[in-house]
Write a protein that binds this ligand. Structure first.
Ligand code: PEP
Ligand code: MG
Length: 895
């Protein structure tokens, strides 16, 4: 079995083992792939992972066979670059890097410039015509090798460099001269001898084997083992070692370095795009020490830049590079991001990978590549990150506009908004009505703030996590939101707020970036979302391939229209309580809650009935016969209670009852644990008149719309927070009774379903019995996550970050379903439910219905639909298609 594989420089790459990551590691396999399609990769060789395992098992010794194979491979490298390893006249220098089958970033440092010693450094200086460069390279090598291979504390080298600079009165490394570096090398070598007990190795062969041994040994360090444990990587794979000829872009004016994209990564346009620098090293481009120049003449001219492009300065090398761009795209069938170096007129590719791109570029590239015949439709669908679509669905801040950042909170709902600071919902509504753009700033929001949130351009909260009320509602409404910005403190009395040490007053303008969580002073220019043609095309393709339906979580006609425009095929969750908060009805709702008996409640409910009926009518009209899952009242009643004195006074006026008595009744309703208290179906069972009113409103509205338009609405009445089949049985009977009453009164009947949410562990476990009582399940995974983990969704923000940092959860379980845990309950409920009732309809309406990873799980367990907030509908459509395509493994290679 071969232990060493040479790549580049005309090596033979025909052995399939060489491109097998298990044998040569990810990096080695990729280098072989690049070299084998004719790319000018600096030549080198890869020592296999098997050799690493053998070395570790047999006690840190190299076999004679390995030494022989390495010597042969090194001779190949020497021949192909025309330099000798250790040759004092014109030395070959190499890099030595680890490369496991699975990338393990940070596990092992790289050793560069290996092969330098007191003699070869002079040769390098002569060959490069640059003494400073040679001595700088040497000191970097001594430092890297000393640290990585010999175990000398990295900090000691840094310290010596700092002292050298101080002694010379320099501020930056760039001020160090050739002689300064030469002196520092001497110090470094003395440092190594002192710390390591032996002189710095001068023999390049000894350097090479020392580096190889260090890479092998790095596989077994505590750091690496921990990394593997945390990332589920097996310990028995070993790492490969890649030894590769160094190339330098800083060897004079015929040398250069740069980065390039085969298409424009911002727009996706099919034009070459990139930056380069003459006589420079890779890090000079990245670190911004010098301003890079444009790659192409067209770009340079468009930018009005004077510094010539590579196309103009090195036309031949540029032409060679451009040819490679096409070759790379044909081979990898994706836009490539390339690092290149020109050493004395000779072009080398150091790396190529699929390039990062904006969402609109991703769509353009995917649809263009289908048109060009480079990829098929399925591959194109799988190329787009569903979450990236978010960028296209909301206005975004102009990336070039200056930002005066006050603080950064959680990026709770994407998009950008500028407006006047307002500190409460009523003010938000008032100011918005008079035409102001406002940003609602609250410590946290409650359902009472709904009107203000809707009126506001954006929402900022000091507390709360990614699934806090503010975050969920804002995403649903498509309002940008920054939540949990703990540097915000609000003084409601003085009508001021302090953000990160700066004082603002109500009415001052701020800007939110819901995509990054930044809060900025003043207005920052924004760019309007564009629904480009490529976007629609890709969505159509996705629809052709998905199985699951996509519905929306929506409760206003506006949201329903938005969702339908984004392709929603029904409503998966209409939270009726949101309708209770509107200014025109909150008083009646409060009267209902504070009523002391059923008669009092019925009187108040009678006032609400026409309002609810008109809500549902409007929704049914927009949804035009599509299924609409309407959830009956769910939250604890106390959420609707008045707090302010003025509210109690208003209510006293409306009811004729003394404010004190109303207060006492409100106090009676206090709950210690409202999330586990008098809420959900428990309300319907204890106060059936509430659900009766809602059901009546739904069916009266449905009959009205059916009779007026002929398109019969398809209501699906959903009972929340069921734990037992009996609860559902009682409430289903109520629904059926009221439906029959309405149908009899109207002389018109229509099809409907009654079903339940599965949002408690007991409901999941008892799904078989529960399915006997209802026609559908909708997984309420917000509550199911909360009740399964025993973590309050409204308080998780305080500790969840720390949990994620420490790997307790890979992702926020309120954002991405905890498939291993909560997912078991969902899967089991789906199985038990379907076993009991073959035609049971299954969907999900928790926030997870808009999360691609969770959607993929929903596909796996065969749900009929997912439901997401309107602005997530396109994301869900794409993710649902990808779930199928990825499961079918139909993605073409390279995709
Ligand atoms: C749920 O619990 O997942 C759900 C959709 O209901 P809500 O978020 O309104 O509690
Ligand atoms: Mg719920």
């Amino acid at each position: 079995m071969k232990t060493v594989y040479a790549f580049g420089g005309g090596a033979d790459h025909s052995d399939p083992r060489q491109k097998d990551k298990a044998v040569t590691g990810g990096k080695g396999a990729n280098l072989a792939e690049m070299a084998s399609i004719g790319l000018p990769v600096p030549p080198g060789f890869t020592i296999t992972t098997d050799e690493c395992l053998r070395y570790l098992k047999q006690g840190a010794d190299f076999t004679a066979d390995l030494r022989q194979a390495v010597a042969e491979a090194m001779a190949h490298v020497e021949r192909s670059v025309g330099k000798g390893f250790g040759d004092p006249a014109d030395p070959l220098l190499v890099s030595v890097r680890s490369g496991a089958a699975v990338s393990m970033p940070g596990m092992m440092d790289t050793v560069l410039n290996l092969g330098l010693n007191d003699a070869t450094v002079e040769g390098l200086a002569r060959a490069a015509g640059d003494e400073r460069f040679a001595w700088d390279s040497y000191r970097r090598f001594v430092q890297m090798y000393g640290d990585v291979v010999l175990g000398v504390d990295h900090g000691l080298f840094e310290e010596a460099l700092e002292i050298a600079k101080e002694d010379n009165g320099y501020l930056a490394d760039t001020e160090m001269t050739a002689d300064d570096w030469r002196a520092l090398v001497a110090e470094y070598k003395a440092l190594v001898e002192r710390e390591h007990g032996r002189p710095f190795p001068q023999d390049p062969q000894e350097q090479l084997w020392g580096a190889i041994a260090a890479v092998f040994a790095s596989w077994d360090t505590d750091r690496a083992r921990t990394y593997r444990r945390l990332n589920d990587i097996a310990h028995d794979m070993g790492t490969a070692v890649n030894v590769q000829a160094m190339v330098f872009g800083n060897m004079g004016d015929d040398s250069a370095t740069g980065v390039a994209f085969t298409r424009d990564p911002s727009t996706g346009e099919r034009v070459y795009y990139g930056e380069w620098l003459v006589n420079a090293q890779g890090e000079d481009v990245v670190a911004g020490i010098r301003t890079p120049q444009y790659l192409t003449r067209a770009r340079r001219e468009a930018a009005g830049a004077a510094a010539l492009s590579m196309e103009e300065v090195m036309p031949d090398t540029y032409a060679e590079l451009a040819e490679l761009f096409d070759l790379l795209e044909r081979h990898y069938r994706d836009m490539q991001d390339i690092e290149f170096t020109v050493e004395r007129g000779k072009l080398w590719l150091l790396q190529t990978r699929s390039g990062k791109r904006t969402a609109s570029a991703a769509l353009k590239i995917a649809t263009d590549m289908v048109a060009e015949g480079l990829v098929d439709e399925r591959t194109a669908i799988c190329r787009i990150d569903p979450m990236a679509l978010d960028q296209l669905l909301h206005p975004t801040l102009d990336p070039d506009a200056p930002r005066d950042v006050l603080t950064t909170g959680l990026p709770a709902s994407p998009g950008a908004a500028s407006g006047k600071v307002v500190l409460d919902a009523a003010t938000a509504e008032r100011w918005a009505e008079r035409g102001d753009q406002v940003i609602l700033c609250r410590v946290e929001t409650s359902p009472e703030d709904i009107g203000g949130m809707h009126a506001a351009q954006g929402i900022l909260t000091a507390r709360g996590g990614m699934t806090s009320h503010a975050a969920v509602v804002a995403r649903g409404m498509g309002r940008p939101c920054v939540s949990g910005a703990s540097a915000v403190s609000i003084d409601l009395g003085a009508r001021t707020l302090r953000i990160g040490g700066r004082d603002l007053r109500e009415g001052d303008i701020i800007t939110l970036d819901g995509g990054t969580g930044q809060v900025m002073a003043g207005e920052v220019a924004s760019l309007k979302p564009e629904m480009a043609g490529d976007f629609a095309t890709l969505m159509e393709w996705a629809d052709r391939h998905r199985r699951m339906r996509v519905r929306c979580n929506a409760e206003t006609p506006d949201d329903c229209r938005t969702a339908r425009a984004f392709g929603a095929e029904g409503i998966g969750l209409c939270r009726t309580e949101h309708m209770f908060f509107e200014a025109s009805r909150i008083s009646a709702v409060r009267q209902m809650i504070l009523a002391e008996d059923e008669a009092g409640r019925r009187a108040a409910l009678a006032k609400l009935l026409p309002e609810q009926r008109s809500d549902f009518r409007a929704i049914f009209e927009v949804m035009a016969g599509l299924p609409c899952t309407i959830r009956l009242l769910d939250p604890p009643l106390h959420e609707f209670l008045p707090h302010a004195d003025a509210d109690f006074a208003d209510l006293a006026d409306a009811t004729g009852l003394p404010a004190e008595r109303l207060r006492a009744r409100a106090a009676q309703l206090h709950e210690f644990n409202p999330m586990l208290g008098h809420r959900g179906c428990r309300l319907g069972i204890t106060f059936p008149e509430i659900y009766e009113m809602q059901v009546r409103a739904i069916f009266e509205a449905a009959c009205d719309v059916a009779q007026a338009s002929g398109a019969a609405p398809l209501p699906e009445i959903m009972i929340p927070l069921v734990a037992t089949a009996r609860e559902l049985a009682i409430l289903r009977t109520l629904v059926e009774r009221v439906a029959e009453e309405v149908f009899a009164e109207r002389g018109h009947s229509l099809a409907y379903l009654t079903g339940t949410m599965i949002e408690l562990p007991r409901a999941a476990l008892m799904a078989g019995e529960i399915a006997a009582e209802g026609a559908f399940f909708s997984f309420g995974t917000n509550d199911l996550t909360q009740t399964t983990l025993g973590i309050s969704r409204d308080d998780a923000g305080k500790f969840l970050d720390c949990y994620i940092d420490q790997g307790v959860f890979a992702r926020d379980p309120f954002v991405s379903l905890d498939i291993a845990g909560v997912g078991q309950l969902v899967r089991l409920a789906a199985e038990r439910g379907r076993a009991a009732r073959g035609d049971l309809k299954l969907g999900i309406c928790g926030e997870h219905g808009g999360d691609p990873a969770s959607i993929s799980f929903c596909e796996e367990i065969g749900l009929d639909y997912v439901s997401a907030s309107p602005y997530r509908v396109p994301i869900a459509r794409l993710a649902a298609a990808q779930a199928i395509l990825k499961a079918e493994k139909l993605v073409a290679p390279g995709g």
